[in-house]
Design a protein around this ligand. Structure first.
Ligand SMILES: C[S@@+](CC[C@H](N)C(=O)[O-])C[C@H]1O[C@@H](n2cnc3c(N)ncnc32)[C@H](O)[C@@H]1O
Length: 345
């Protein structure tokens, strides 16, 4: 795939039992983001689907395959670039509908590139409502014809920890899900009391990377240029704020269970699994998000108006890799806990 405005390919028709979206429900909305170029950052995230820790999708895939019968509809909420949808469709031959919903037009554009040719897949953007200073909710972006029909399953993989308006988000899911429908979520970034000793909460490695990088910068003359930022507590508060936007502070499992209950769901099943992340692959992901990891190395337009030099960007990547090596000496991978929650409406 290349970063161009490649047109969406020929539409796949799974006749004779082709899935039919409700009347007045365009699969691909007439919105600007659908006509934008495919973004390199979005493509870079898409490759994460091949990483060892993306084994985390397997329980959700199994659950959906068991529940998504003929002519059922699922919402892949926070679909990103459509990695879960891709895995599901590779196993599904019968007619189903899967709506990819995401808050990022760049990621959703890659999902459109990946699945736009498949008439089983539809796309909806959660736009930012400037007046309310928040994202649109699911019931606002799913057309009334589909809300009236109701969807059968809502999934959210590797994303629920990012929902700043958790209760409102789940309430909107309850409006769109059919009675008896399932909500299935997973995340490695919630504090699960069942977590095995030695397992990581994967995003908490980022804070450790910051600590180790700061020690090296303070000690090694080659990094002297970055010491001024380190010594400036107001500047560092800005960098921490940016980091916590990308790698958000972790909330306990109970917060999620209570929010589901408060939104009218019944919590059916909670379990966890240890999944190993390859250090090298985690380095690749942190490199993609380097601005959210170590923006104090060279600065960031989002924090202090500075654009990091090429050298500073090289130093960032070096410091991330060095810190991971210090954190996991001689290890090729590290264990993380993924938590899975299944609820019904
Ligand atoms: C780590 S990615 C996971 C993508 C995909 N589900 C997967 O497992 O590969 C997190 C996704 O959540 C989306 N997201 C971030 N904040 C969100 C919010 N408040 N509401 C809905 N989606 C959000 C992002 O745009 C991104 O696509």
């Amino acid at each position: 795939m290349t970063a161009t405005t490649a047109p969406v390919g020929p539409v796949r028709t799974a006749d004779p039992d082709r899935f039919r979206w409700p009347a007045d429900f365009p699969r691909i909305p007439d919105q600007d983001w659908t006509r934008q170029d495919v973004d390199r950052f979005g493509l870079s995230y898409d490759s994460v689907g091949q990483h060892s820790w993306y084994k985390n999708l397997e329980p959700t895939v199994s659950q959906v395959l068991a529940a998504l019968g003929e002519h059922k509809v699922m919402v892949d909420y926070s679909s990103g670039t459509g990695i879960l949808t891709k895995r599901l469709l590779s196993h599904i031959d019968h007619p189903v509908g899967i709506v990819n919903v995401d808050a990022s037009p760049k990621f959703l554009r890659v999902a459109l590139e990946n699945h736009g040719h498949d008439d089983r897949v539809a796309f909806r953007l959660l736009g930012f409502d400037k007046a309310r200073k928040q994202l649109q909710t699911l019931d606002e972006v799913i057309d009334p014809s589909l809300v009236d029909r109701g969807v059968d399953i809502i999934t959210s993989t590797n994303a629920i920890h990012l929902y700043y308006n958790l209760t409102e988000t789940l309430e909107s899911w309850a409006k769109v899900l059919r009675p008896g429908g399932l909500a299935s979520v997973c995340s490695a970034n919630l504090r699960n009391p069942g977590r095995r000793a030695g397992d990581w909460i994967i995003d908490e490695t980022v804070e450790k990377v910051n600590e180790i990088a700061a020690e090296l910068v303070a000690r090694e003359p080659v990094f002297a240029d970055y010491r001024e930022a380190l010594a400036d507590s107001a500047a560092m508060a800005g960098h921490t704020k940016l980091r916590e936007k990308v790698f958000v502070p972790v909330r306990p499992l109970d917060v999620y269970l209570d929010a589901f209950t408060d939104a009218g769901f019944k919590v059916r099943h909670v379990f966890d699994a240890t999944i190993y992340a390859e250090v090298e692959e985690w380095f690749q992901l942190l490199s993609t998000y380097h601005d959210g990891v170590l923006s104090w190395v060279g600065g960031s337009p989002k924090v202090d108006g500075r654009t990091p030099s090429d050298l500073a960007l090289k130093h960032r990547l070096f410091l991330i890799r060095y810190s991971l090596e210090k954190l996991f000496p001689g290890q090729s991978s590290f264990p993380c806990t993924w938590s899975y929650i299944t609820c019904s409406r």
